[in-house]
Ligand binder design. Sequence first.
Ligand SMILES: *[C@@H]1O[C@H](CO)[C@@H](O)[C@H](O)[C@H]1NC(C)=O
Length: 250
Amino acid sequence: MHGNTYRLFRKRAFYVAVAATLFLVAALNYISAGSERHLVPNEVHAGDEAAAAAEPVYISVSSTMGGLGNRMWEYASMYGLALTNNMTPAIERDSFLTDQFAQLTAVRLEASEISAFKQVYFDHCCKYYGSLCNLVRANTTVGSFLQSYKYFNAHADVVRRQFVFDRRTRAAAARLGDVVFVGTDDPLVDMCALSDCDHVIMTVGTFGWWAGFLSGGDVIYFAQPTWPGSMYDNELIVEDYYRPEWIGME
Ligand SMILES: *[C@@H]1O[C@H](CO)[C@@H](O)[C@H](O)[C@H]1NC(C)=O
């Protein structure tokens, strides 16, 4: 072979070898990508769902600025509705309730974040609104009052476990001993003492309701808690308000 032709041949052979190698690498990549491609649709799908799950949809509650019982009710109902609607319960970071109960498991958010949520609001305090169990998937604030046990009945234990009194309160309640009537100047201590009772006889107020609920014992309420025809009478739907196992006293 002529010297020049031979060099040209070697050059070509080199380029062909490089091209073949590149082709082989590309082909191997393609094949291995191909075997992964079968998994890709599922993975992308799972990824989308994970991303959707990762973007939280919160539910929070608009506070009535009421007393301890009212606040507990708002939290409990909000929490129950969160579980029912598969949303994430959220509460204002620095709030009356987070100060009282460190064990609340709702996510802490800033007030400014919560105030941007969509508002779903109902008029009557003590009535069960079934439509709240089918909320549109958007950050939502529900309110107010929500005073029906039905909002969290299926999750009553989850709710009860969160209202844990701190050591100071429990010590103060223990000092009261066996009390028949409670009335210190600290509602938290009173409720803690009552929740240790075997039996609670309650008035219509939310405070007694929660003492009864936390006690887990027999609860007796006045079956005609409001004056017939009064404003409060329209507000309070007895079968939505009192738990069915509690005893109504005529
Ligand atoms: C809900 O609000 C949080 C906090 O502001 C935000 O990060 C999140 O993206 C919101 N989710 C939706 C579905 O809008």
